[in-house]
Write a protein that binds this ligand. Structure first.
Ligand code: DON
Length: 570
């Protein structure tokens, strides 16, 4: 009796505790935006609203993504672009999934050692910070290809809002003001850049000023009229080629005419009964994400506790192994036919790597590990869901915030500095984090390896949430932590993108952790396992949308780290 009474009492207390835990797990610290019909989550609320208007006009998720991407080239110039490149992942309500690769390419005149001086060094960071750092842009070709495949509204209607925004102007936000101000000396380097980012008298735009971009409006108008040829041929192409020729650049009319975006088979994985659909090479994102998730699937992460020291340790060990494989194997698939993608994303490979993880001792990152292999942080992400539940996850970039900071004279748009993503110093892989492995060395017309990880998670063939982030090499880890926050820790999508984040990339062998995201106690326990920590401000800016498969209700998670961002919906 008593035993049974005490068992009942025990069961009762346990039930209360579990209920308490469930309530705790379900309790949101931030309410996601909710809607029934369609949603766009991006780093620019203006652009999200453009996308939603397209959805209201009957457009699908791809139409809205195209309109949002063009709008961001006007409203979010730090990363929104037509002079850069990126990746789009699509997962339709009918179960179709695919990806579009519009990564920049090295110009025809590029060479493996083009940035090196006689001593093998890179003078003045020219692979990142000069007109030679510009890759052949891919964005317009990529959006045009996605439209050809899945667009339902006429192209001209999708480009129209961005033409208007550039012509009529947008109000300068505090964030844009601060951001333009921080780069004043860079605008002054090129008169074509100063013309766009400074007033005629050379002073800064102030918050509330209307910022108009008439040259960009004309370029967008040509794209609106002539599609991809409005960029890669005719007047825009001539403006780019002339500007290059007059300023020591190497991109020619031929480079532009030859550029093609490519539809590619996604990287697919599974994680605790969910399907992961992400970007294949030339992004490393999908492969490394799936590899790390496969490793982590063998640990009971939920019981370790969200962002506990033990959890962060296990994540770090998975990250170290995923990023080491990134350096060793990955590059442009059109130049690396032997990449072992199936093996890297297999459960067997993950099991082998998992076996080498200790729960109490940190492992080491050895830069010499692949020495024999050498044989001879601004981006932006947005997610879109339409009324039928089709999803788009799109990340594109100019590489640095504002890329090369160089505006094409007369065309009004910024050029990327994406060539900096190639391994510029063959054979040099070191503690500083320089990677010199073969798969990502420079070749003419090759695409540089990326970390962008636009991803869609599905369940039973139905897309569940779309996510991704900016942040250079941190992108893959940000995307992974958002996924773990939803699947393992039961966070709602807004909390999942806002939760504290950390990052390890194999080399250099240290972890960066958000200063406000973790308690000092957790950090101490984590360091006691041998990890070296550097505290930083925000990591990434995830933009995610979750769709409840039962009710069809959409939940927006626009990262609060992105000040001008937001989820627009209807
Ligand atoms: O493709 C890549 O991985 C990088 N070029 C992305 C750069 C980036 O995210 C910088 N942002 N904060």
């Amino acid at each position: 009796m008593r035993q049974s009474a005490s068992r009942n009492l025990f069961t009762g207390v346990l039930a209360i505790l579990l209920l308490g835990h469930a309530l705790l797990a379900a309790a949101a610290t931030r309410e996601p935006v909710r809607a029934r019909n369609g949603m766009v989550a991006s780093a620019s609320l203006h652009a999200s609203e453009v996308g939603v208007q397209v959805l209201k006009n009957g457009g699908n998720a791809v139409d809205a993504a195209i309109a949002t991407a063009f709008a961001m080239a006007v409203t979010w110039p730090t990363a929104g672009n037509i002079g850069g490149g990126g990746f789009l992942v699509y997962y339709g309500a009918d179960g179709t999934s695919t990806t579009f690769d519009f990564r920049e390419k090295a110009p025809l005149a590029a060479t493996e050692r083009m940035y090196l001086d006689a001593d093998g060094n890179i003078p003045d960071n020219i692979n990142h910070d000069s007109i030679l750092a510009v890759g052949v842009p891919g964005t317009v070709a990529g959006l045009a290809l996605a439209h050809e495949r899945f667009g339902s509204l006429p192209w001209r209607k999708l480009v129209a809002p961005s033409v208007r925004l550039a012509r009529d102007g947008i109000p300068i936000s505090w964030l844009l003001h601060d951001s333009f101000k921080g780069r004043k000396s860079r605008w002054d380097r090129y008169p074509s850049s100063a013309k766009v980012f400074l007033k005629k008298d050379g002073s800064l735009y102030e918050p509330g000023d209307t910022w108009k971009q008439p040259d960009l409006a004309k370029t967008l108008r040509r794209i609106q009229k002539d599609g991809r040829d409005g960029f890669y041929k005719g007047k825009t192409a001539e403006l780019i080629a002339d500007f290059m020729a007059n300023n020591g650049g190497i991109i020619t009319l031929e480079d532009l005419a030859r550029y093609e975006a490519i539809e590619r088979e996604p990287i697919r994985g599974t994680y605790r009964g969910h399907e992961i659909v992400s970007m294949p090479p030339p992004s490393s994102g999908g492969v490394v994400l799936v590899e790390m998730l496969n490793i982590l699937e063998g640990f009971d992460l939920a019981s370790m506790g969200h962002n506990s020291a033990q959890y962060l340790h296990v994540l770090t060990e998975a990250m170290r192994r995923g990023y080491a494989d990134r350096a060793r194997y990955l590059g442009d698939p059109d130049f690396n036919e032997d990449m072992p993608l199936a093996r890297l994303t297999s459960k067997e490979h993950a099991a082998n790597l998992r076996n080498s993880i200790s729960l109490t001792i940190k492992s080491e990152s050895d830069p010499q590990q692949f020495a024999d292999r050498y044989e001879s942080p601004e981006t932006t992400h947005f997610s879109v869901v339409d009324k039928d539940g089709n999803m788009v996850s799109l990340t594109y970039t100019l590489e640095w915030g504002y890329g090369s900071h160089i505006v094409v004279e007369g065309a009004g748009f910024l050029l990327n500095n994406e060539m900096g993503d190639f391994n510029a110093q063959p054979g040099i892989t070191d503690e500083r984090g320089r990677i010199g492995t073969a798969p990502n060395l420079i070749r003419p017309e090759k695409r540089m390896l990326s970390s962008m990880t636009p991803t869609i998670v599905a369940k039973d063939g139905v897309p569940l949430f779309a996510t991704g982030s900016p942040g250079g090499k941190t992108i893959i880890n940000t995307t992974m932590q958002t996924i773990l926050n939803v699947i393992d820790h039961g966070l709602n999508i807004a909390d999942a993108v806002d939760a504290g984040r950390m990052h390890h990339q194999w080399l250099p062998d240290r972890t960066i952790m958000e200063k406000t995201g973790f308690s000092p106690d957790t950090k101490h326990l984590y360091e006691a396992l041998g990890h070296k920590v550097r505290e930083v401000g925000g990591i990434g800016a995830a933009m995610a949308i979750y769709r409840d498969p039962e009710t069809g209700i959409l939940y927006g998670g626009a990262d609060s780290r992105a000040g001008d961002g937001g989820s627009a919906s209807y």
